[in-house]
Design a protein around this ligand. Structure first.
Ligand SMILES: C[S@@+](CC[C@H](N)C(=O)[O-])C[C@H]1O[C@@H](n2cnc3c(N)ncnc32)[C@H](O)[C@@H]1O
Length: 245
């Protein structure tokens, strides 16, 4: 499997200060996890470590893993800066048992990470691997910005607009896949550079998730449309999937 984030990792956090967008997520996880008595959490696509940091700061016992060595390198640096020590491992989330002997009360796979897998076979392998590393009735949480509604939005989106840097998404999709061309434009005297990263996601919406999660043996599957726990519908900006092992 190719690491799509090998170079992108080092600029990934240009999305902006995480505190700006993690507030609602923090409240969501605290509510969900306290209702289910969650103490141990694995973020199996931890990326640059923003969610493991947030969860550790909220008092959970946290582990992180990711396929991308570059993302993990950035995560290590981000955690170091915050004086926070969290075990991080390189691991493909289709094969968690190869790295993790222990089980967790919750596994999270956030911000369009699972849809990097394109076939039912790979998706089921990943979901079964996640179920296998969860304690009985453990929680799986998946989140993404791809929804029935966001798929109807204009294909060009300015995601970051700063005097020195712009990040533009150019999106295209057919019924099954969505490609996001990420255009990073650095336009200051210190850094004049443009980079493009092309990421192809399998389009997974509520019905597909229900089918795949049920096939993988999960129960009590629910879909939220935002971090305030409103139900997912055709107008939602977000799809948040919660299921029990
Ligand atoms: C869009 S980023 C999201 C990162 C992070 N969860 C966040 O919210 O910022 C997707 C992440 O999924 C990881 N990823 C993709 N396929 C993976 C796989 N098979 N196993 C583990 N990680 C994977 C990528 O390396 C990348 O870090």
């Amino acid at each position: 499997m190719r690491d799509l984030y090998e170079k992108f990792a080092y600029d990934y956090d240009e999305f902006g200060p995480i505190e700006d967008y993690l507030g609602d997520e923090k409240t969501f996880f605290n509510k969900l996890f306290s209702e289910h008595g969650v103490k141990t959490v694995l973020d199996c696509a931890c990326g640059t470590g923003q969610h493991v940091l947030m969860l550790a700061q909220s008092g959970y016992n946290v582990w992180g893993s990711d396929f991308s060595k570059s993302m993990l390198e950035v995560a290590h640096k981000n955690l170091q800066k915050k004086d926070c020590s969290i075990p991080l491992y390189q691991c493909d989330f289709r094969f968690l048992e190869q790295v993790f002997e222990r089980k967790f009360d919750a596994i999270v796979c956030l911000t369009n990470s699972l849809p990097h897998l394109h076939t039912d076979e790979d998706l089921l392998t990943a979901l079964r691997s996640m179920k296998n590393r969860l304690n009985q009735n453990g929680l799986l949480v998946l989140t993404q910005g791809t929804t029935h509604f966001t798929l109807t939005l204009p294909s060009i989106e300015v995601v970051v607009n700063r005097p020195d840097f712009s990040r533009i998404f150019v999106k295209e999709h057919d019924g099954r896949f969505q490609t996001i061309h990420v255009l990073d434009l650095f336009h200051s005297a210190e850094r004049l550079e443009s980079n493009q990263y092309d990421i192809v996601y399998r389009i997974l919406l509520d019905e597909e998730y229900k089918r795949l999660l049920t096939q993988a043996g999960f129960t009590n599957i629910r879909m939220y449309g935002d971090y305030k726990m409103n139900h997912y519908d055709e107008k939602s900006w977000r799809l948040i999937v919660v299921a029990e092992a």
